[in-house]
Write a protein that binds this ligand. Structure first.
Ligand SMILES: Cc1ncc(COP(=O)(O)O)c(C=O)c1O
Length: 460
């Protein structure tokens, strides 16, 4: 985007006036980090806010502006910022040591909670992130099935490693993104999610596909939803052919329900990845699944089966601080109605935001499932309801194609001018601690933001 466009926006002018300290920090960050950021999703023009503290459903930037927070720790904060039980557990552990370089009791409690909650989790292996967990799962699937290829779905995100880098936001033809070698891309078959025929065809044509991996509520936390009926069909098609079904529940795990999307949908995959809520807001991930597959990591079982054991390391796997936070968090997930509350809030929010759109005559759509909301800015003026989007009426290209980055960035900034931070989709995860006051403020902010976008000539 040209500097001229940024300079002529009233939203940007007001944003700059409100966030001078963030502007100074952003200038310093540009001399340290590529793009001035440490995660691509935090990139915003002319700059993003810098946050100094957070509590519950709120956070405050370095200029002391307060925001209702829908970044939600990238989805990790089902219970909002700093739930007292998690803080207490981490504080206690901090004094007992942060890394023993040895086994410890908390990791067992953590793993037992995962087993208790997640239906397919017969065995658990902790990692430090969701990316590491999907990487490990893909390797295990290849070793277990002896088949090199995997089926992936267009737009579905499984972290940033080589096997998952292309076909997410670009390279939908399956060609590798820069830095990924051809051999990896050639072993990935990409099909549109929701397309039963294309899926069946791919599985039948490529007999060397050993595993199919999917985000069970749709790509990017249901931004492009997949209908549950497709997942049931996928389970059937894979089971019939001896292909492993791999749910990436890094974001949906412990969120859609205490047992994740697989419990909510009543579908048992063979492998699952978890992260985010798993570690209570600290770094952590896990690969879980059928014991016979996970046994590829087991020395004795591998020797008995005459197989080479798969090695797995990771300095911070199940580190005591993440384990302490994870245990506290998963106990709350197991013993309270946290998932239900977050889901209920999101449903109310989606309804009320759609009411704002109707009142303002703007043909956008707010949709989502479980504790998510997504704002479809409808660049082609389609006539579509939230229910139709959730049912899978629009594919990846219909939902993401033609969306103007400038509209999305100005919407996010205009919301911030009204004290609400939404996530990059645009949309966000909701938490169990968002309140009715947050909901009212969000809807007022949305109405105010739409007015500003109209005044800036960004929507009609
Ligand atoms: C579905 C999904 N898979 C994998 C990842 C990668 O997890 P991490 O960021 O912990 O590496 C994410 C992160 O947003 C995700 O949403």
């Amino acid at each position: 985007m040209s500097t001229a466009t940024v300079a002529s926006s009233r939203i940007v002018d007001a944003y700059r006036r409100r966030t001078p300290t963030s502007a100074k920090l952003a200038a310093a960050a540009k001399n340290v980090f590529p793009d001035g950021v440490t995660h691509d999703a935090r990139y915003l023009e002319p700059y993003g806010i810098y946050v100094q503290r957070a509590a519950g459903s709120r956070k405050w930037d370095v200029d002391d502006n307060e925001y209702v927070d829908y970044a939600g720790g990238h989805g990790a904060l089902l219970l909002g910022h700093n739930p007292p039980e998690v803080v207490e557990a981490v504080q206690k552990q901090l004094h007992l040591g942060t890394h023993y370089g040895a086994n410890h009791e908390l990791e067992i409690r953590w793993g037992e909670l995962v087993k208790k909650l997640v239906p397919c989790a017969e065995r658990v292996r902790f990692t430090s992130s969701g990316t590491e967990a999907t990487l490990l799962g893909m390797r295990l699937a290849r070793a277990f099935t002896g088949k090199p290829k995997m089926l992936r779905f267009v737009g579905h995100f499984h972290g940033w490693h080589d096997h998952a880098a292309f076909g997410v936001g670009s390279h939908f033809d399956g060609t590798p993104t820069p830095g990924v070698v051809d051999g990896i891309a050639q072993n990935v078959v990409l099909v549109p999610a929701g397309d039963v025929e294309a899926t069946r065809r791919a599985l039948d044509e490529h007999k060397d596909i050993g595993m199919a991996i999917i985000e069970p509520t749709g790509s990017s936390w249901g931004h492009v939803p997949v209908a549950p009926s497709f997942l049931h069909e996928l389970r059937r098609l894979t089971a019939e052919r001896g292909v492993l079904l791999f749910f990436d529940e890094v974001i949906t795990g412990f969120r859609c329900s205490p047992g994740g999307a697989q419990q909510a949908l009543g579908i048992k995959p063979d492998l699952t990845t978890l992260a985010k809520i798993l570690a209570g807001g600290l770094p952590g991930g896990a690969l879980v699944g059928r014991q016979d597959i996970m046994d590829a990591l087991n020395t004795t079982a591998s020797a008995q089966a005459g197989r080479e054991k798969i090695a797995h390391h990771g300095t911070y796997n199940a580190n005591p601080l993440s384990a302490a936070a994870g245990v506290a968090m998963l106990e709350l997930v197991a013993n309270t109605d946290a998932c239900e509350r977050a889901n209920r809030y999101a449903e109310q929010l989606r309804t009320e935001m759609n009411r704002v759109l109707a009142d303002d005559g703007v043909n956008w759509v707010v949709y989502g499932t479980y504790s998510s909301f997504h704002i479809f800015t409808n660049p082609k003026g389609l006539s579509v309801t939230p229910e139709e989007i959730v049912a899978g009426k629009l594919d990846y290209h219909a939902i993401k194609g033609g969306v103007r980055k400038e509209v999305v960035m100005r919407l996010r900034q205009a919301m911030m001018l009204h004290g609400v931070e939404i996530f990059v989709w645009p949309g966000g995860p909701t938490s169990a601690v968002h309140t009715l006051a947050d909901l009212e403020q969000t809807c007022e902010a949305f109405a105010g933001a739409l007015k500003m976008l109209k005044e800036d000539g960004l929507i009609g």
